[in-house]
Design a protein around this ligand. Structure first.
Ligand code: ZN
Ligand code: ZN
Length: 210
């Protein structure tokens, strides 16, 4: 640390030292993630974005992405889309019980139980009467099931969180159960491992404004 190097991108010149490094992503001037500053200055969000993309590339090329564990910072994030902006995997649960979005200029911030209720409601509205495969979380377990009325399904199960859903019926559900067979605990319940968290975060659900 303390060594000064210079990074240039098309927008600006970033002078880097361990005190004042800013993220080198265009238009992002958040402080660099401390341990990264002297390697490549990226903020916490963009370290995570690069890490995810790298895993995806390596996984596609080699089929071995399961060997990558979640980063500690990634593990703090709540899987699934932000109810405010739709960005996946960038909601963080703070020690004071607040859930906050770390994506760009998103200002979503909500008390944890309200967040759970809020996301259940939004997911129910977004799914409507369409046939979906849903991912519900209870502790470190995830239920993968199918429904044609997600809102009423959610109120009967009342999970801590409805992480996400994808459009599809029984055939897709069977495919997902097969895909994550090695994580199965019982019935439709699976261990919420890094592999499953990444799968949830790769699904894009367009949020419906409250
Ligand atoms: Zn950044
Ligand atoms: Zn957000």
């Amino acid at each position: 640390m303390g060594k000064t190097s210079r990074w240039v991108n098309r927008r600006a010149t970033h002078y880097i030292d361990s005190e004042a490094a800013t993220c080198c992503h265009p238009d992002c001037y958040k402080p660099s993630f401390e341990d990264m500053a002297t390697v490549i200055p990226l903020c916490e969000e963009h370290v995570y974005v690069v890490y995810r993309q790298t895993n995806q590339i390596l996984g596609t090329r080699t089929g071995v992405d399961q060997q990558y564990e979640l980063l500690p910072m990634e593990a703090e994030f709540i899987p699934g889309p932000c109810p405010g902006c739709g960005t996946t995997g960038l909601l963080v649960g703070l020690a004071n019980g607040i859930v906050e979005c770390r994506a760009g200029s998103c200002t979503y911030s909500q008390e944890r139980t309200k967040f759970g209720a809020h996301r259940r409601k939004l997911m129910g509205i977004a799914a409507g009467r369409r046939s979906v495969v849903y991912y519900m979380r209870l502790g470190n377990r995830a239920k993968i099931g199918t429904s044609q009325g997600l809102a009423s399904r959610l109120s009967s199960i009342n999970p801590e969180d409805c992480m996400t859903f994808e459009l599809g019926g029984r055939a897709l559900e069977q495919r997902r159960h097969e895909q994550f067979r090695h994580l199965r605990v019982v019935g439709e319940w699976f261990d919420l491992t890094p592999e499953l968290v990444r799968h949830v975060n790769d699904i894009q659900v367009v949020p419906i404004p409250a």
